[in-house]
Structure formats: C-alpha cells, structure tokens
Design a protein around this ligand. Sequence first.
Ligand SMILES: [Zn+2]
Length: 75
Amino acid sequence: MSPECLFVLDHYNDYISGELAPEKISRVEDHIKACPNCEIFLGKFTRIHSRTVGLLRAPAPPALRKSISSLLEKV
Ligand SMILES: [Zn+2]
C-alpha cells in the first residue's frame, strides 16, 4: 500500500461527506484515477454511505412518531 493509498484511507470519510478541503479533494481524486484498489474501495464505501444516509433520513414509523408526540405532550 502506497503513501497515497494511506492518504485516501485517512481522508475518505471527509471526502464522501463533502467536508474535505479542496486541495485534498484533488489529491484523493488524482490518486483514485491511478489506483484501481482505492477506486474500488471508495466506490463500495460511497454506496454504503449513501444507503446509510438514506436510511437515516427515512421517516420514523407512525407508531414511533405517535409515542414520541405523546411523550412530548407530557413535558
Ligand atoms: Zn490507492
């Protein structure tokens, strides 16, 4: 594993979350274009990340919302 692979591993989370500094984004993207292993890794992680974010944004089940609302009414 090259130092650039380690750089990608250290920064992939911020990269995918859109929180990486612009100069580091181009370093990650330049490396991904040249390294099939990092490209595959980031591709898989990006899919997992989008699914997780999608699940977190899904509305709560009606029964859960109802019980939370009734709890809040008591406060
Ligand atoms: Zn790499």
